[in-house]
Write a protein that binds this ligand. Sequence first.
Ligand code: TRP
Length: 362
Amino acid sequence: MEKIILTGDRPTGKLHVGHYVGSLKRRVQLQNSGEYDKIFIMIADAQALTDNADNPEKIRQNIIEVALDYLSCGLDPEKTTIFIQSQVPELCELSFYYMNLVTVSRLQRNPTVKSEIQMRNFETSIPVGFFTYPISQASDITAFKATTVPVGEDQLPMLEQTKEIVRRFNAVYGETLVEPEILLPDNKACLRLPGIDGKAKMSKSLGNCIYLSEDAEEVRKKVMSMYTDPEHIKVSDPGKIEGNTVFTYLDAFCTDEHFKKYLPEYNNLDELKAHYQRGGLGDVKVKKFLNSVLQEELEPIRARRKEYEKDIAYVYEILKKGSEVAQAKAAQTLAEVKAAMKINYFEDKDLIAEHIKKYSEK
Ligand code: TRP
């Protein structure tokens, strides 16, 4: 069986370093591993509209931002199909049929949807499209016969839902769809990178993100203002590592190589942490180190972005071509789905012959 990746992001804003360690970096590694037969990366504009119906302009403006972020991280349009969800109408058609295989109460139990409903204060006015987006996500995944879906752990319930739909579909209509596997980030610190203020999540509305497209000086300022241990006042004070954003970021980004290069008096992060906990190590020194590590990682991303920014027409061309390739693949799966469901009347010669016979014998 072919190994196929599908994943994507809602285009509601520029991507930040949380997206990078949580998924983008991994996608580029997977792309370059040569282990996958096909890779599809989707800009999920239709899903973004499920809770932004009154603000399509925001989505429209952010498609190019997300595309630039993808390309600047090293996703290569020669190896990876980058496409826009709404340009593949087959996905809607699949969702319409999958809706018959899912109950309302099952959707109501989806923990991600539950918490998102709370966050958005929808209460009793939940848009139907939003409520059913786990089904649409199952269409995204199954349309491409994805075997592997690299996403953050908040997407686990979506993958569970998808697997249930696949099993149900195959049981009712015969073996047609492929059950996908989730691929979580392997580094714990990468599961959810906190904001620079120490809040659990990086979010645009909290203003606590470091964006991939930010220049070096802005990144430096943000690192120097990061939340650490509020009780670590004097350099000589013992400091806490848990909940200390600077150390969480180091867990996510730094390697022993970085120590050799920027902080050779320590061999690795464990030694640095031990010194901080003992006391005698100031925040500024640790922050400066983190800044060096981050800048090294972000510099090639910024450089690539500058190149692509010079040719936006080409980036739109990549998205257009990618959407055509994606559509062809989804159309193939949809044809198989309709054949399995026996709603492919005009291709069903037996059906037509049977009815000719039925009426000729009358
Ligand atoms: N729900 C994902 C997010 O919020 C985006 C997404 C839509 C997705 N369809 C998908 C991710 C299919 C993986 C597979 O970021």
